[in-house]
Write a protein that binds this ligand. Structure first.
Ligand SMILES: [Zn+2]
Ligand SMILES: [Zn+2]
Length: 400
């Protein structure tokens, strides 16, 4: 139990997700970061064994040196992609300290509209609402934990306990969420792993074939390492290769794993589909949105009793640290003597986006995406490209 009165902390020190931080908040991992060691071992051990073998043959074999170099480069790249995927902010949406205030637009109740209650019985907020993305009405949901309407494509990771933008899945091998900010690195990680597997598999076979004097079985009896590497890569390639093929399909159709499992868009229904080239461009070449969290920013923590944060919500005692809040902006100024919004959050300006937002009160059904006939944005790929990010921002500003 940590009791602090009127003190200043770095954001990562009082972070409410389940993340693990290293290097004083410069690196953020999921709570299952330990699995990163296993993944590293599973890549590095066979790669080192293969390279050692190739090294021992450099004198006698023409292809041993190139094989050694290529395998080393692939293994190092693979590990770099793994750590880049794992150690950064995947796209966490900062929590709200308390629910957005009910808005006039929500006063009209529709029969199928669900209302937020539980922690916020006094608030009148719809559980879902619709925003328009690329001419399609997309239902966004209210997150009870983060106290905000999730941006389109965001979902709450139950492992990390955060809402993550363009949530793909939580990868236990990487020990991190896969979201808008690390998806491309994740894909490069699994595709490099696949190439490394195929490479080691192929050259281990060549090793055996070269050793063969009578039968391949006798050669196997003299080179156990190659047999082990062949077996290992054969098993591993089904896993990483399968993932690579699956994610290639998702990239080409602009879906996340979560959406694919949950909604099963057919092509017409997916509001994010920009055509093959547009989808590939978005994943690999579009600008990675900046992190919405400055984990090293100083935040003021007054009268915090860490162990009772949850009950604080229920009792309506919102601790000032929780007022770090992009959605509410300076709204809390009235009840916070010294608002302590991190600088990076303060600088986000969504004001000019508001005019484009269309938030309708319509009856919501169980389907996640309702399609309208508007296709106007589709015609202009450059406008289209920034649309999704814009709409995310719009929605937050809209829910003020
Ligand atoms: Zn959430
Ligand atoms: Zn996660």
């Amino acid at each position: 139990m940590m009791e602090v009165v009127g003190n200043t902390f770095r954001l990562y020190e009082v972070w409410k997700g389940s993340n693990r931080f290293f290097c004083k908040g410069r690196l953020i991992f999921g709570p299952d970061v330990a699995s990163l060691f296993l993944s590293t071992f599973l890549i590095a051990a066979p790669a080192i064994a293969f390279c050692a073998k190739a090294h021992s043959k450099v004198q006698n074999n023409g292809y041993a040196l190139p094989a050694l170099i290529v395998a080393s480069v692939l293994a190092v790249m693979d590990l770099i992609f793994l750590f880049v995927t794992s150690g950064g902010d995947p796209g966490i949406v900062p929590r709200n300290s308390r629910p957005p205030e009910s808005d006039d637009t929500f006063d009209t109740t529709t029969p199928s509209m669900e209302w937020v209650n539980g922690r916020t019985p006094h608030m009148k907020l719809p559980r879902t609402k619709d925003v328009i993305v690329n001419g399609h009405a997309v239902k966004v949901k209210y997150c009870d934990t983060c106290l905000l309407f999730r941006p389109p494509r965001a979902s709450h990771c139950s492992v990390c306990n955060n809402c993550v933008r363009r949530f793909d899945h939580h990868c236990p091998w990487v020990g991190q969420c896969i979201g808008v900010r690390n998806y491309r690195f994740f894909f490069m990680f699994i595709s490099t792993s696949t190439i490394l597997c195929i490479f080691v598999f192929t050259f281990s076979w060549i090793n055996l074939v070269e050793l063969r004097k009578e039968t391949i079985w006798k050669a196997m009896g003299t080179d156990y390492l190659s047999v082990i590497l062949i077996t290992y890569c054969f098993i591993a390639v089904w896993f990483v290769g399968g993932l690579t093929v699956f994610h290639s399909y998702l990239i080409c159709t602009n879906q996340t794993t979560y959406e694919n499992f949950r909604y099963r868009y057919d092509k017409k229904d997916n509001p994010y589909d920009r055509g093959l080239l547009g989808n590939v461009y978005e994943v690999f070449f579009s600008r990675i949105p900046p992190s919405m969290n400055n984990f090293r920013a100083f935040v003021q923590v007054d009268d915090v009793v860490e162990d009772s944060m949850v009950s604080n919500y229920e009792e309506g005692n919102v601790n000032p640290q929780e007022k770090i809040d992009i959605e509410m902006g300076m709204k809390f100024a009235e009840d916070v003597p010294h608002p302590t919004l991190p600088e990076i959050l303060r600088n986000i300006d969504c004001g000019d986006l508001e005019d484009n937002i269309v938030c309708k009160e319509v009856e919501v059904d169980d389907s996640a995406v309702m399609v309208t006939v508007e296709e106007n944005v589709r015609g202009d790929p450059s406008a289209d490209r920034s649309r999704v990010a814009e709409h995310e921002a719009k929605m937050w500003s809209e829910s003020k």
